[in-house]
Design a protein around this ligand. Structure first.
Ligand SMILES: Nc1ncnc2c1ncn2[C@@H]1O[C@H](COP(=O)(O)OP(=O)(O)OP(=O)(O)O)[C@@H](O)[C@H]1O
Length: 367
């Protein structure tokens, strides 16, 4: 599908442009950045001010040629955050709702098939209020998939679930979807972990604009913009001066320290932003004399369940380092007042442009 739209609502402007093939595309961005609005425009619940939406070669919307296909004729399935089931209808009738045009025998056959695929056998006569969150979610999905949509839109379908069952249920639901549905799936989330677990590719949104699209590993490894780096959980971002390049490496200077970084294909400017993930930094009690190794002091520690975030000061700059829950080396070094060294791996540093302004309908950076 191809989307390239603009929509202004009050003082919010959406500029959404991307291309998606089959598989699950995660739409990732912080609250209020335009993820749901993008889905609503695709589903036809809102009309963009300008642009075009194409699905499997058919134009659903085009502001130039004044095409605007009615929502019910778009053949798009939409599962909302709260499932929106009909409370007064049984599971069976909820699922049958979208295929009332079929004759009785055909409709019954399709409903039973969907009940079996969604593992809802035995719940046919129950009402939504008698089901668990996960079961309600499967009914919502069954009610959508029975209409054989060409595109499936999932808007934070896991947000109403308890966190302890969430991971199991989301995995289960995605595997049901992948087994039974072979079209395009757009899944809205503001959680990078969820996007990483469930999606094949990720589209990143920032303040109403789609800024990057690519394979999920690529998006995590090489965010193209500062906002994509932040939303994917990068804690260390700083401005650098590019000093030069040599044999596949770039030399950069960040305030008082000079670093070496592996050169990627990105275009270089004198001033850039550099990012390094807290998980990729290493603290050691020895100076192994690698490049990018600096003496550091621990200034704070934020304890998590499985890991600790250590704030280290390195040549006057604070950096966040993630270490295992009980890092004995760190405890020992602190007790013995031993020197600590921070190593910044050359291959883990990524560079981004400083200028983050988005004007006009630009396509997001494609990895
Ligand atoms: N009907 C409306 N009228 C005016 N502004 C609106 C309307 N619908 C949405 N907006 C604004 O558009 C922006 C994007 O909303 P949207 O629902 O797409 O956010 P989102 O990224 O899905 O956020 P969340 O993760 O919190 O659901 C928000 O700032 C919201 O206030």
């Amino acid at each position: 599908m191809e989307v390239s739209i603009e929509k202004t609502l009050g003082n919010f402007t959406l500029q959404s442009s991307f291309i998606s093939g089959k598989g699950v595309l995660g739409i990732l961005g912080s609250s209020g950045c335009g993820k749901s609005l993008t889905l609503k425009c695709i589903a036809g619940l809102y009309s963009p001010d300008k642009g075009a939406i194409k699905l499997n070669g058919k134009e659903l919307f085009n502001s130039d040629s004044k095409v605007n296909v009615l929502p019910r004729r778009r053949n798009i399935g939409y599962v909302f955050q709260n499932y929106a089931l009909f409370p007064h209808l049984t599971v069976y009738k909820n699922i049958a709702y979208g295929v009332q045009h079929l004759d009785n025998a055909k409709r019954h056959e399709k409903v039973l098939e969907m009940i079996s695929k969604m593992q809802l056998n035995g719940h046919e006569k129950q009402f939504p209020s008698q089901l668990s969150g996960g079961q309600q979610q499967r009914v919502a999905l069954a009610r959508t998939l029975i209409t054989e949509p060409e595109l499936l839109l999932l808007d934070e379908p896991f947000s109403a679930l308890d966190s302890h069952v969430k991971q199991i249920l989301e995995k289960e639901l995605l595997s049901i979807i992948k087994k039974n549905y072979h079209g395009i799936v757009l899944l809205v989330t503001h959680n990078i972990e969820e996007a990483y677990r469930l999606c094949d590719r990720i589209l990143v949104f920032d303040k109403g604009t789609s800024v990057q699209i690519g394979e999920k590993e690529e998006i995590i490894r090489y965010p193209a913009t500062v906002s994509a780096a932040r939303i994917t959980g990068c804690k260390n971002l700083f401005e650098v001066e590019v000093l030069g390049e040599e044999e596949g490496y770039i030399h950069i200077k960040a305030e008082s320290f000079c670093l070496k970084a592996v050169k990627r294909k990105s275009e270089l400017h004198t001033k850039m932003m550099a990012g390094i993930r807290a998980q990729d930094l290493r603290i050691s009690s020895e100076n192994k004399e690698n490049p990018n190794t600096f003496e550091c002091q621990v200034t704070d520690e934020i304890e998590g369940i499985f890991s600790t975030t250590v704030i280290v000061n390195c040549l006057g700059k604070n950096l966040q380092v993630e270490v295992p829950g009980s890092d004995l080396l760190l405890t020992h070094c602190k007790e013995q007042k031993q020197k600590l060294w921070l190593y910044i791996p050359e291959e883990k540093i990524f560079l981004m442009n400083v200028d983050q302004s988005h004007h006009g309908m630009t396509m997001p950076v494609v990895n």
